[in-house]
Design a protein around this ligand. Sequence first.
Ligand code: ZN
Length: 331
Amino acid sequence: MNWDLIGHEWAVQLLRGHIVQNNLRHAYLITGPSGVGKKTLAVKFVQAINCEDPVEQGIPCQACQTCLRISRMEHPDLFPVKVEEGSTQIKIDQIRELIHRFSLTPYVASRKIGLLINFEQANSQAQNSLLKTLEEPPGDSIMILTATSANSLLDTITSRCEEIKLNTVPISISRNGLEHIHGIPADQADFLAHISGGKPEIALHYHRDPAALELREILLNDHRQILQGNSVERFSYASKYEKDSLMVNKVIDTWSSLWHDIMHQSGKSRAPIQNIDRSTEIDQIVNRVNLGTAQKTLNIFRRAHSLLLDNANLKLTFEDLLLQLPRFENL
Ligand SMILES: [Zn+2]
């Protein structure tokens, strides 16, 4: 049944059904939180459409030349579009180039496929320039868009696509997939399934890149220090990352995941703890805050996150966040 994807089995069934019934749509929009597996689903879907030697109809072998070229994004009839290095937006020229390529006949496959990754990063000019192609795609071509949510795109874009809405994956399914699809030892699979918060691609990122796990450790230690630190220490921490938006976003993600746990624990929720390696620390903080403080703190992170999405000043936003966090002696 599966495409060796962790979770989202309903989506695989649905898309596989479109292939088997020869009922492919012209445009798909895969939405969901970052790290949940949107791009992976899209790639497996493209493999399933094109595989030379499918296991069954709609199940790609993932080993033939075509499948391999697709997974490397090197297939001549697959056109990936994403933010170019050094830029923060998908630009109109990239969309124009895609439309031009779509107007030519396919090289080897029966159809051309455009894969537009994180399309919420396209400015409205670029989004508008795609509308006509989405409405009248040449031949049998297909556009697959991914985005964090449909709300982040123009209505005119979303209304022309079939939306596949992915949610975070339950820990047990994530653990199982990490162990049995990716061969990660059970203990490590369990740990990664927890700390990735139901986002399998994040778990795999931690698995493949030990430096990312180390960084998480460092940031969680910093958090502990900052909660005990005065405003001078907090200003000094802010200045460390004042020009590095990627790091500030990582800090916000990592620390807010801990406050999620604190909020759930202080609200006596039965939701599993994400940062299972930090349960002692979480308990210590839970003993010192009430649910209201936990929610308020989590909102500080949410506000900073959305301000940064709106291109607010990085240094000021980060300083403001650090100064608003509660302070504890002897944590
Ligand atoms: Zn294949």
